[in-house]
Design a protein around this ligand. Structure first.
Ligand code: NAD
Length: 177
């Protein structure tokens, strides 16, 4: 197996057009990309509203919409573990072999660099608007979040009633106020 593989780990809450552009960019450099769905155990929280399974569907369909060859990517949910020093081993255990790590996250970079991996900083595309937190903020504010994500992500969001879920999660009980 002499394929060059890169890995990109993100929470994908939800996948947005920035992730998609960076995935396409990485696919220009490697044979295959591993997309790690980070913090897989989390869902139904304001910062992490969608389940790992829902995120797998959103990522799969967004890449299909871009006509990206399904033979060139793996989507693998990855739970957090409480031990940063052994997290890279955990990631390695869960994924096909890879040699390049793409991340802008300082902790992720630090941990993989210490293990001797090549770590690359992917270019950021319109980070001001293209971020998961901005998508979630717009969902709650009733603003245009749809323009930040793929059409297929809008459809999945409707199926799972994602915006309604997020709004319900943001409601405080009277006793909490
Ligand atoms: P994220 O979703 O914020 O970003 C993922 C990647 O997507 C970024 O590195 C960036 O390269 C890219 N990206 C995002 N917006 C972009 C844009 N507009 N243009 C181009 N690229 C863009 O995810 P993250 O927080 O970096 O994810 C790291 C995951 O790893 C988290 O789930 C975290 O919990 C996990 N982690 C766990 C441990 C542990 O369990 N001990 C340790 C380290 C990291």
């Amino acid at each position: 197996d002499n394929k060059v593989r890169g890995i990109l780990i993100g929470r994908m809450q939800p996948i947005h057009k920035g992730h998609i552009q960076v995935i396409k960019k990485i696919l220009e450099e490697v044979d295959e990309i591993i997309i790690g769905i980070g913090s897989a155990q989390l869902s139904h929280e304001l910062k992490d509203p969608f389940t790992a399974g829902e995120r797998v569907v959103m990522v799969t369909q967004a890449l299909a919409e871009e006509n990206i060859d399904p033979g060139r990517f793996y989507i693998i949910p990855m739970e957090d573990i409480n031990f940063n020093a052994i997290w890279t081993a955990h990631v390695k255990m869960m994924t096909p072999p890879f040699s390049i790590v793409y991340s802008g996250n300082p902790l992720v970079k630090q941990l993989f660099e210490e293990e001797g991996y090549t770590v690359k900083n992917p270019p950021l595309y319109d980070r001001l608007h293209l971020s998961g937190s901005e998508v979630r903020r717009r969902m709650l504010a009733g603003e245009n979040w749809q323009e930040l994500v793929s059409d297929s992500t809008i459809e999945v969001m409707e199926e799972i009633r994602g915006v309604e879920r997020l709004k319900n999660l943001s409601v405080k009980e009277i006793s909490d106020l």
